[in-house]
Design a binder for this molecule. Structure first.
Ligand code: G3P
Length: 217
């Protein structure tokens, strides 16, 4: 399973990248706005900086919701850097646009996916990635990871090449369960990635080893 970081924060991207386990980055308008990025040039420069930091796919989301706007924006985003993947919402014009991007050699990430039916449409249109939102499904008292399992099964059965990118990850257990479910990619906040490191027995064991090591000096 590939690890992407779900943020537009450069310090967090650097910290995850320095671990040596980062395969890519996903952003969305909320994450970009959180960094105070405003205006066309600032947005373009920010994506360029991320692409130069991380050697892997960087999802940049279109803001338009009509076919022509999505295509124009997507073409400009894809031209910023070879690492850019155009993120397109799961709407009718979005599916049309994903098909157009597929036919024109531009990689896409179909976002805001909450059902298996939506995931089938994204795959039919040739999306490179499909992003089911695990945490937001859990917020409604359903089990988001079950949707990942269902999409993985359908894609395997049907031979769809679209990669299942588990998004809206909120904790380390989500990452573990998505790995079990066969997700191709998990995009996570830095806190969830670092949470994977934690175990009290590791801390206790290390404290004892360090203490015993003193007696050997
Ligand atoms: O990038 C999309 C997704 O990961 C958003 O996560 O926590 O806002 O539901 P969240």
């Amino acid at each position: 399973m590939k690890f992407f970081i779900d943020t537009a924060n450069l310090a967090q991207i650097k910290e995850a990248n320095d671990l040596g386990i980062l395969d890519g980055v996903t952003t969305n308008p909320t994450l970009m706005a959180k960094e105070g990025i405003k205006g066309h040039d600032a947005i373009t420069n920010h994506y360029k900086t991320i692409c130069e930091m991380v050697d892997g796919p960087v999802s940049a989301e279109v803001l338009g919701i009509e076919f022509e706007d999505i295509i124009e924006e997507g073409k400009k985003l894809a031209a910023i850097h070879k690492n850019i993947v155009v993120k397109v919402p799961m709407i009718k014009d979005g599916i049309k646009a994903i098909k157009w991007f597929t036919d024109n050699g531009i990689r896409t990430n179909c976002t805001l996916v909450f059902s298996a039916g939506q995931a089938i449409l994204a795959a039919k249109a040739g999306a490179t990635f499909v992003s089911p939102f695990i945490g937001r499904i859990d917020d409604g008292s359903w089990d988001g990871v079950q949707l990942v399992e269902q999409i993985v099964n359908i894609y395997n059965t049907q031979g769809f090449m679209t990669e299942v990118l588990a998004a809206s990850i909120r904790n380390p257990l989500h990452i573990v369960r998505c790995a079990e479910a066969g997700a191709d990619v998990c995009t996570c906040p830095l806190s969830s990635i670092l949470g994977l490191l934690k175990h009290p027995l590791t801390d206790l064991g290390l404290a004892q080893f360090l203490n015993d090591a003193k007696s050997m000096q």
